[in-house]
Every structure is written in structure tokens, then in C-alpha cells.
Design a protein around this ligand. Structure first.
Ligand code: 5AD
Ligand code: FES
Length: 346
């Protein structure tokens, strides 16, 4: 029944609000299948069967913020906190390089220990050790001058999900000390400085309605990011949202396919959260329009401590094991892991 709308979206790469809401609220599995098929056709037209890998290094789980949904929020006193040293980070990169990674993502909580000076020192060392690799940062909201300093030190990309694009909903997911306005300011600063920018949001976060996802899409159309990361919201027991239900794979996959058709050029990760909520979630994400996976390169000893949500996958495997497993999964799903920085094809 929604076939006409999907065809229209595939040609125009946009729909009006009413049409978009029709797709977002549809619950039949046929719609998901048709959307995934159209999205896969679109991704193959731009990226072929290539899947880009990004080596994720979770280098600190200290965080000064208290986002209500997040397991490593400052208020969670059950978390065993850790920081990796520069030497440990560089060792993760060296191991990753030998395993064909050409992009490293430094992700962490907003940890004041990592001053601009310390960050720039780490970035410069990574840049010197791996001149042919992309360096991605995912360390939250900073002043523009800090973003500029990291960029000058050699960082190329920045991931900062906007989380939700309406003020009221943003206020329900975050304490009053955080604001959507500042998050948006960060994203536009990052773009202006020259980073390849990634944004995104959780699907099925508490109180999220189809109208929220529509607003997220409209905001992304304004921002025109290079990467868009979405995954299901997954409940974590040690947060104020412990009793809130998780999002679903179906809803996440539907939105992922819509994003592929809305942003044909975009880098869309099939996320670890999606792989956590459904047994073959990452494979399904690739078949629904995703073209990036972000395996963990953090030392196994710290992996379980970086628990944003419950039951996160791949926390027990060495990087080498994980990449062998992942390559097999990607190939079984009909795609190919490539040795490439995986820059955006605009
Ligand atoms: N479930 C799913 N995703 C989460 N994130 C944080 N907490 C959760 C959760 N409970 C996501 C946020 C953040 C990214 C690093 O992880 O969207 O931007
Ligand atoms: Fe990590 Fe399979 S991808 S163990």
C-alpha cells in the first residue's frame, strides 16, 4: 500500500511531512521489506557492496554529564571508571592498522582530565604514527576553539549525535545543564571548521513520537551531515530510565532505510546497539541501507566498563577475533569489508 510513497522517496529523496509520518507510523513488515530493498539499491548505486570499518577506541568512561538514558552518566556510582593512556591508545591503533583499519574513532565521555592540550598531544601522535588514516573524535560538546585545535592537530571527523531535534523532548532526556541549542552550535561549528561531521539519534527513546523522528529528519536535512548514526534506545538498569522500554529493531531498520533514501551519499553505520537488540541486527542494518560498521578496538579488559546500555555485544572478544567474525557476517549478508578510509562520496 505504501509502495507508491517509497518509490516517490527513492526518486525525490524527500517527502512532505504527512507522507513522511505515514511511513514512520506504518507497522506492517511488508513496508520494511520494500523500504530495505529500495535503500539497498540506493546504497549499491553510490557505494557498491563496500562496507567501511571504523576502529572504535573507547578511551575514557569518565563523564561529567548526566544524560538520563546513558549508563556511564556521572551519577552512576556503580561504574568502574577507567582512562587509557596515550601509549595504550597508540597500541590499539597499531593493532587496528595491522587488521586493515584505516579510520580510528576516539570515543569517550566528557572527561575534563582530557584537556585540549592532552587531546592534541594524543591526536598529533596518532597522526604521526598513521599518516594515511582518518582520525575521528567523539568526545562531546566543546568550545569552537577546542574543535579548531583538535582539527589543527590532525583530526578529520567528528561524531556528535544531536539525540533529538525538539527542545521539549531534549529537555526530557537531559538535565537542565544541557541544551539542544548548544549541541546544534557545536555541530555547525564543526562543519565550518572543515570536519566531516556525523550526527544522529536514538530510535525509541522515552517519549519519542513519530513527530520527533520527523523533526530529526528535518534537522538533518538542514545540517547535511556526512554520517548519520542511529540505533535503538536500550534500557540500562542503573539510569533514571531503568523502567522505560527499549526501542525495536523493526523501527530502527525502517528509519535507517528512510535515511538512505533521504541521504543517498551518507555514511550510515549499522550500529552495535542494533546488533545488541536483535541477533542479526548488524547484518539486517547493512541490508537496510547501512554501509559502515564500527568494531571495538578497546582493550578487552575495559570493554565491559564502557556500558552505555545493557548487554552490549562483542565485549569479550579480542579485536582480531572480532574482525574475523565480522568479516564473515558482512560477507554472509552480501557485502564486502574494504581496506579504505571510507570518506564520504558527495
Ligand atoms: N541506548 C542506546 N544508545 C545510547 N546512547 C547512549 N545511551 C544509550 C542507550 N541507553 C547513544 C547516544 C550517544 C551514543 C554514543 O550512544 O546516542 O550519542
Ligand atoms: Fe565482534 Fe562478532 S563482530 S565478535
Amino acid at each position: 500500500m505504501l509502495q507508491g510513497l517509497i518509490a516517490k522517496l527513492a526518486v525525490q529523496h524527500d517527502l512532505n511531512d504527512a507522507e513522511m509520518l505515514q511511513l514512520l507510523t506504518s507497522t506492517d513488515s511488508e513496508t520494511n521489506k520494500l523500504l530495505a530493498a529500495a535503500a539497498d539499491k540506493q546504497r549499491r548505486a553510490v557505494y557498491g557492496d563496500a562496507v567501511y570499518i571504523r576502529g572504535l577506541i573507547e578511551f575514557t568512561n569518565y563523564c561529567k554529564n548526566n544524560c538520563y538514558y546513558c549508563g556511564i552518566r556521572a551519577g552512576n556510582c556503580h561504574v568502574e571508571r577507567y582512562r587509557l593512556t596515550k601509549e595504550e591508545i597508540l597500541a590499539c591503533c597499531a593493532e587496528g592498522y595491522a587488521l586493515d583499519f584505516r579510520t580510528f574513532v576516539l570515543q569517550g565521555g566528557e572527561d575534563p582530565y582530557f584537556t585540549d592540550e592532552r587531546m592534541c598531544d594524543i591526536i598529533r601522535s596518532m597522526r604521526a604514527q598513521h599518516p594515511d588514516c582518518a582520525i575521528t573524535l567523539s568526545i562531546g560538546e566543546k568550545e569552537r576553539a577546542s574543535y579548531q585545535a583538535y582539527f589543527d592537530a590532525g583530526a578529520n571527523r567528528y561524531l556528535l549525535r544531536h539525540e533529538t531535534a525538539l527542545d521539549e523532548h531534549y529537555g526530557m532526556l537531559h538535565p537542565a545543564s544541557m541544551s539542544l541549542a548548544n549541541r546544534k552550535r557545536c555541530l555547525f561549528d564543526l562543519k565550518e571548521i572543515g570536519y566531516q561531521v556525523g550526527s544522529g539519534f536514538m530510535v525509541g527513546s522515552p517519549w519519542q513520537r513519530p513527530e520527533n523522528i520527523l523533526a530529526d529528519i528535518r534537522f538533518l536535512q538542514e545540517l547535511q551531515p556526512d554520517m548519520i548514526g542511529i540505533g535503538p534506545y536500550i534500557t540500562h538498569a542503573q539510569t533514571p530510565f531503568a523502567d522505560k522500554p527499549s526501542g525495536t529493531a523493526e523501527q530502527t531498520l525502517r528509519v535507517l532505510s528512510m535515511l538512505r533514501l533521504l541521504f543517498p551519499y551518507a555514511l550510515l553505520p549499522s550500529t552495535t546497539a542494533l546488533g545488541t537488540i536483535a541477533p542479526n541486527g548488524r547484518e539486517l542494518g547493512l541490508q537496510a541501507g547501512g554501509n559502515v560498521v564500527m568494531p571495538n578496538l578497546s582493550p578487552v579488559s575495559v570493554r565491559k566498563k564502557y556500558e552505555l546500555y545493557a548487554n552490549k555485544i562483542c565485549t569479550g572478544e579480542e579485536a582480531a577475533q572480532c574482525i574475523v567474525c565480522l568479516k564473515a557476517r558482512v560477507e554472509a549478508a552480501g557485502y564486502r569489508v574494504v581496506v579504505d578510509r571510507g570518506d564520504v562520496k558527495r
